[in-house]
Design a binder for this molecule. Structure first.
Ligand code: PMP
Length: 304
């Protein structure tokens, strides 16, 4: 069972969790018309910091733009809301969930309803389960494909996209796997249900390109930059399914999943079946951001 935080930011102010409600006839509930973000904050030696808050909020406004949704608050207001909701709940570390959705105001698909906004914050451990950052997970390739680029835009992080993610994730869990990996409509590797993918060949990172119907993850971008700054090669390239079985190392990444090693795919061990050396190094670089060991641009850490 989930325990809920006590306070939430909703339409301009902090209110008790129980009061942050949506009408059953809200457009977003019926048609998936919401855009959202997942953001983490971490304790650091200089206090709690929200990771790449500006980049996440920029993506929120970009997702809204794709769907002609006008968010009735500016970015600075939502940034303050993120900080405020962490403080209001007394969290030492948090997963933040800003969401903008079409509310009540018409039932047609193209209805111009009011856009409402909420920001929630709660404590979230490793997304794919306790101990997975150390042990890794067993993944499978999903029988469900990602949506094609001319159907639903994968680059917009919209509520409706996650019908696809739910099919992939639920199928994987039902079959006893930790997470599912989807192929794009081209048949090439895309991403996990809610995570981007990195494969390692001969000490170089390989990751599918945005043309493979994936979300251009901020963790993915972070890894690409950290790797390059540390002399590790990175290539964005088309990758066929069997490369999952042939690579030396494999991991998933995302705000929620952080950097989760994958130890097997479809029952075949990845490398020697244990999280690999480069995967460990990327984890160290990533978590080093919050201990101060890994230098990063100043605007990547937004202190609460
Ligand atoms: N792909 C999908 C489908 C996701 O939902 C997420 C999580 N937001 C990611 C990738 C990773 O993105 P990020 O690193 O920005 O959290």
């Amino acid at each position: 069972t989930q325990s809920y935080p006590s306070q939430i930011w909703h339409n301009g102010r902090i209110k008790p969790w129980a009061d942050a409600t949506v009408h059953v006839m809200a457009h977003g509930l019926h048609y998936g018309s919401s855009v959202f973000e997942g953001i983490r904050s971490y304790p650091t030696p200089n206090g709690q910091a929200i990771f790449r808050l500006d980049d996440h909020l920029r993506r929120l406004y970009q997702s809204a733009k794709v769907y002609d949704m006008v968010i009735p608050y500016d970015q600075a207001t939502l940034a303050s809301a993120c900080r405020e909701v962490i403080r209001a709940n007394g969290l030492e570390r948090a997963y933040l969930r800003p969401i903008a959705y079409r509310g009540l105001g018409g039932f047609g698909l193209s209805a111009e309803t009011p856009v409402e906004v909420a920001v929630a914050a709660w404590h979230m451990g490793p997304y794919l389960g306790p101990g997975v950052l150390e042990a890794g997970i067993d993944a499978c390739v999903s029988s469900w494909q990602r949506f094609a680029p001319n159907t639903i835009p994968a680059g917009a992080k919209a509520g409706g996209n996650y019908l696809s993610g739910q099919l992939v994730a639920r199928e994987a869990r039902r079959l006893g796997f930790g997470e599912g990996i989807a192929l794009a409509s081209t048949g090439l590797l895309s991403e996990g249900a809610g995570e981007n993918l990195f494969l390692v060949f001969d000490g170089t990172l390989h990751t599918p390109p945005v043309s493979a119907a994936l979300l251009n993850g901020i963790t993915r971008d972070t890894i690409i930059r950290l790797a390059r700054a540390n002399g590790i090669g990175v290539v964005e390239r088309d990758l066929p399914r069997e490369y999952l079985y042939l690579c030396d190392e494999l991991f998933m990444c995302g705000t929620a999943a952080e950097i989760t090693p994958i130890r097997s795919v479809d029952g075949r061990p990845v490398g020697d079946g244990k999280p690999g050396k480069l995967t460990r190094q990327i984890q160290d670089l990533f978590f080093g951001i919050f201990t101060g060991r890994t230098p990063v641009p100043e605007d990547w850490l937004d202190y609460v």
